[in-house]
Design a protein around this ligand. Structure first.
Ligand code: ATP
Length: 472
C-alpha cells in the first residue's frame, strides 16, 4: 500500500489534479482536473455511461443543477440532509461528530484495542439522537485532533445544501439550492422519460452530473469534496420485485469496477448499519484507500418514497399503468449512486505501482507506473522517433497523426528512449511506439506494452487496427 501523499504528489506534478484557485491559496474542498485528469475523468464517465445505458432497459438524462425548491421539501433534504456538527471550544475546530468517533475507533484498532473499538462501533450504530454522539465523545474521552482538548460544545445539525438566489432579488422567495444529489432530477422527470422513450417497468434512468454538499470537513484529497460529480441510475420496478433487482444491481455494479481493472481484493460490500429515511435496503461498495476502507458507490432500495413524495407535493400522478396485466402502481426504485471523483481516486490508487525492473542494458532500475485499464488510461499511445533525424520524425509524425484521429496520443522526441518510456509509464500510457531505422526499410514500428514491457514489431499501416483490437 502506497502513501496517499505519494499519489497526490504524482497527480499534481503530472497534471492530473490541481487545488482549485491555487494561486489564491486554494479553495477548501474543491479541485481542478488538469490535462491528464480530465482525460481520465472523461474515460471513466464514458465507460460508466456505456455500461449503464447501452442496454435495452436504461436511458439517459441530463437535468439542471438548480431545481424548484419544492423538490427538496418533498425529498426530505430541507429537514433531513444534515450532519451532526460539534465544535471544540479550545481550538475552535469544527468536526462531524460521527466522523470524530469513527476516527477514534480506527485509532483504537491501530492500538489493537479491538474489544473497546467493537463496543464503541456498536454504540455508534445505535445512536438515535444528536445528544447520543455527545455522550459517546465524553464517555470515551475523545479529544480534539488539533489541540487534544476535551472541551466540546453540544452537537447540532448542519444542513449540507448550498443556498443561492434565483434572479435579482435576494429574498426568501427566491432561495434555490445547488442540488446535493442528481437523483431528484431523475425522479421529477420519471413520467417525461417513461412516456417519451416509451419505457415499460422495469426500466432505469441514468445521469452523470455535478452535485454540491457543504461538507463540514473535507479531507483525503478527492474523497470528500464540496463540489463533485455523481454517476447515478434509478431503476423503476414493480413493488415486490425490488429485492431481486437490488441483488442484481449490487453485483453488477461491483463487477463493473473489477472489469475496469480494479483489484477485486481491494473492494468489498458493506451493508448499512443505519438506513436513510427513504431506504429499505442499502449497501456500499467500499475501496481500500491508503487511509482505510471508504465508500465509492451506494446501492439503495428506495421503495416508492421519492415518487410518492413528489406525487404528494406536486399534485401530479406518478403511477405506472400496466396495460397488459391491468395493473397500476407507483414503482419502487433501486438506485446505484457512485461518485465520479471518488472512483477516479480509487482507480488512481489502484493503478499506482512502484517496481524494480531490468532495463535494456541489463541494469536494475525502479519505475513508477500507473497500471490503468487501457480504456481508462488518459493517453492511449505515445509515438517516438528513435532519433530526431534521418527521416524518422517524418515517419513518426505520420503514424502519430493517423492515430490521433482515433485515440488520445502523445508525440515525444526528447531524451533517451528509456526516459521516454518512464515518462509514459508514470501517466499510465499502455502503448509506446518507436520509429527506428527498420521502419524506414520495412514500415514496421516497435510497440512496447506498458505492464509486461514486451516489444513486438507491427506494420505501421495496421497500427490503428492493432490498438483497437488490444483495447477490446
Ligand atoms: P458519505 O457517507 O461518505 O458522506 P453518502 O453516503 O452521503 O457518503 P451518497 O449520498 O450515497 O453518499 O452519495 C453517493 C456517492 O456520491 C458516494 O458513494 C460517493 O462516491 C459520492 N459522494 C458523496 N459525497 C461526496 C463528497 N462530499 N465528495 C465526493 N464524492 C461524494
Amino acid at each position: 500500500m502506497y502513501k496517499l501523499e505519494t499519489i497526490i504528489s504524482l497527480a499534481k506534478h503530472r497534471g492530473f489534479v490541481f487545488q482549485s484557485s491555487e494561486v489564491y491559496g486554494g479553495l477548501n474542498g474543491c479541485w481542478d482536473y488538469g490535462p491528464l485528469g480530465v482525460e481520465l475523468l472523461k474515460n471513466l464517465k464514458k465507460e460508466w455511461w456505456k455500461a449503464m445505458t447501452y442496454r435495452d432497459d436504461v436511458v439517459g438524462l441530463d437535468a439542471s443543477i438548480l431545481m424548484h425548491p419544492k423538490v427538496w421539501e418533498a425529498s426530505g433534504h430541507l429537514t433531513q440532509f444534515s450532519d451532526p456538527m460539534i465544535d471544540n471550544k479550545t481550538s475552535k475546530a469544527r468536526y462531524r461528530a460521527d466522523n470524530l468517533i469513527e476516527e477514534f475507533i480506527q485509532k483504537l484498532r491501530k492500538k489493537k484495542k479491538t474489544d473497546k473499538a467493537d463496543t464503541l462501533e456498536q454504540k455508534l450504530a445505535e445512536v438515535k439522537e444528536l445528544s447520543g454522539y455527545y455522550d459517546l465523545i465524553i464517555e470515551y474521552g475523545i479529544g480534539c485532533p488539533v489541540s487534544g482538548s476535551k472541551e466540546w460544545t453540544e452537537v447540532r445539525n448542519f444542513n449540507l445544501m448550498f443556498k443561492t438566489f434565483l434572479g435579482p432579488l435576494e429574498d426568501s422567495k427566491s432561495v434555490v439550492y445547488l442540488r446535493p444529489e442528481t437523483a431528484q432530477g431523475i425522479f421529477v422527470n420519471f413520467k417525461n422519460v417513461m412516456e417519451t422513450a416509451r419505457m415499460k417497468v422495469p426500466f432505469g434512468i441514468a445521469q452523470i452530473g455535478k452535485a454540491f454538499r457543504n461538507e463540514i470537513n473535507t479531507k483525503n484529497f478527492l474523497f470528500r469534496t464540496r463540489e463533485f460529480e455523481q454517476m447515478e441510475m434509478q431503476f423503476f420496478v414493480k413493488p415486490g420485485d425490488d429485492t431481486e433487482w437490488y441483488d442484481y444491481w449490487k453485483q453488477t455494479r461491483h463487477d463493473w469496477y473489477v472489469t475496469m481493472g480494479m483489484n477485486p481484493e481491494s473492494i468489498k460490500f458493506k451493508d448499512h448499519d443505519k438506513l436513510a429515511h427513504y431506504a429499505n435496503r442499502a449497501v456500499d461498495i467500499e475501496y481500500n484507500f491508503p487511509f482505510g476502507w471508504g465508500e465509492i458507490e451506494g446501492i439503495h432500495s428506495r421503495t416508492d418514497f421519492d415518487l410518492q413524495a413528489h406525487q404528494k407535493f406536486s399534485g401530479k400522478k406518478f403511477e405506472y399503468v400496466d396495460t397488459v396485466n391491468k395493473d397500476r402502481f407507483v414503482p419502487f426504485v433501486v438506485e446505484t449512486s457512485g461518485g465520479v471523483s471518488r472512483s477516479l481516486m480509487a482507480f488512481l490508487c489502484d493503478a499506482y505501482t512502484e517496481e524494480e525492473i531490468t532495463n535494456d542494458k541489463g541494469k536494475t532500475e525502479s519505475r513508477t507506473v500507473l497500471k490503468f485499464h487501457k480504456k481508462l488510461a488518459p493517453v492511449t499511445a505515445a509515438v517516438f522517433p528513435l532519433v530526431n533525424k534521418n527521416g524518422m520524425p517524418e515517419a513518426a509524425r505520420k503514424i502519430y497523426e493517423d492515430l490521433q484521429k482515433h485515440f488520445k496520443v502523445q508525440y515525444d522526441t526528447s531524451g533517451a528512449i528509456g526516459r521516454r518510456y518512464r515518462r509514459q509509464d508514470e501517466i499510465g500510457t499502455p502503448f509506446c511506439l518507436t520509429v527506428d531505422g527498420q521502419t524506414l526499410e520495412d514500415g514496421t514500428v516497435t510497440v512496447r506494452e506498458r505492464d509486461s514491457m514486451l516489444q513486438e514489431r507491427v506494420n505501421g499501416e495496421n497500427i490503428v487496427k492493432y490498438i483497437y483490437d488490444k483495447m477490446l
